[in-house]
Design a protein around this ligand. Structure first.
Ligand code: RIB
Ligand code: CA
Length: 311
């Protein structure tokens, strides 16, 4: 059954691979891509989204610019990981397609109001600012959302931007709190699972062997953003975070996790943005998210190569 999705993203090389996977998948109907400030400022994330859709040969995908800063904080970006453009590692042509003039938050609200109930899944791949703002501005859409499958948070893996917090949640903890307290069916792909989805040289070589421009670009992006994680964690490859969200929608059997309570730290500066995951059920706080912690990594990278090489 085809799933209707809205991707909310801060491209970012890993976001870009996630978008390519979605656009290469006939079982997903991408209703639109909404851009948010995160890895790089909004002007760059929305520019990058245009380049990615043109690379995929899908200029018809509606693209929207959203919030240019978190709901209640200064913006923190991650050029140290993704490079100045956010898509360092490959050179893409100047895009011709234009962004829609509707604000991303209004696109999300209007689309959900007009669609059949529970027919749309939201797929946030960056800070949750657009989603949190939409839920705050139009609480009536909460009941219309089928599911939110997001990349963000960490528990056993602890933080990647501070000792306590993962980047997407750290950037906008207030927005994350709105999402995690909404009661919407949540699936969370935290660092606990994405750190088991490590790229490797064999996969990059397999991509290059496809003799396919898109695969060459993905190989270039991967080689670029790998350097940060390889240096930091001493691993052979880098975690391909965001495509886990799309892969879960296509093949949920690649993943496993636990339905638990997850709350967001918004008060302390020391642990700002920490996802406090009650993995061992030590509180009576109600479960509000499927918190993924394992992946069939071979199957994941096979899915990526098979689908993206056919784009
Ligand atoms: O912490 C990893 C997340 O932060 C990924 O979504 C990456 O693209 C950045 O947004
Ligand atoms: Ca991202």
């Amino acid at each position: 059954m085809i799933k209707n999705i809205i991707i909310d993203s801060d491209p970012g090389q890993d976001d870009a691979v996630a978008i390519l996977l979605a656009l290469a998948s006939p079982d997903l109907n991408v209703l639109g891509i909404t851009c948010v400030a995160g890895n790089v400022p909004l002007s760059k994330t929305s520019f990058n989204a245009k380049q990615i859709c043109e690379l995929a040969g899908k200029p018809e995908i509606p693209l929207f610019a959203g919030c240019d800063r978190p709901m209640g904080r200064e913006l923190v970006t991650a050029e140290h990981v993704h490079g100045k453009t956010g898509l360092d590692g490959a050179t893409l042509p100047e895009p011709k397609i234009e962004l829609k003039t509707t604000h991303a938050v209004d696109f999300i609200i209007n689309t959900l109001r007009e669609a059949p109930k529970k027919s749309i899944t939201l797929c946030p791949l960056g800070p949750l600012t657009n989603i949190g703002t939409a839920l705050q501005k139009a609480p009536d859409i909460i009941d219309n959302i089928k599911q939110i499958v997001l990349m963000g948070g960490a528990y056993f893996e602890v933080g990647n931007i501070t000792p306590a917090a993962e980047f997407n949640i750290f950037v906008d903890p207030e927005a994350a709190e709105i999402v995690f307290k909404s009661g919407i069916d949540l699936v969370v792909a935290p660092l606990d699972v994405t750190h088991k989805a490590l790229t490797n040289q064999a996969w990059v070589s397999e991509l290059k062997a496809q003799n396919n421009t898109i695969c060459d670009v993905v190989a270039g992006w991967t080689s670029f953003f790998e350097r940060f994680d390889v240096e930091k964690y001493g691993t052979e490859g880098a975690p391909l975070h965001d495509p886990c969200v799309i892969a879960y929608l296509i093949s949920p059997e690649l993943f496993s996790g636990r339905h638990i309570n997850v709350e967001i730290e918004t008060k302390s500066e020391l642990t700002r943005g920490m996802t406090v995951a009650d993995w061992w059920g030590v509180t009576d706080r109600p479960a509000n998210a499927l918190f993924l912690n394992d992946i069939d990594s071979e199957g994941y990278f096979r899915l990526l190569t098979t689908r993206i090489s056919k784009l």
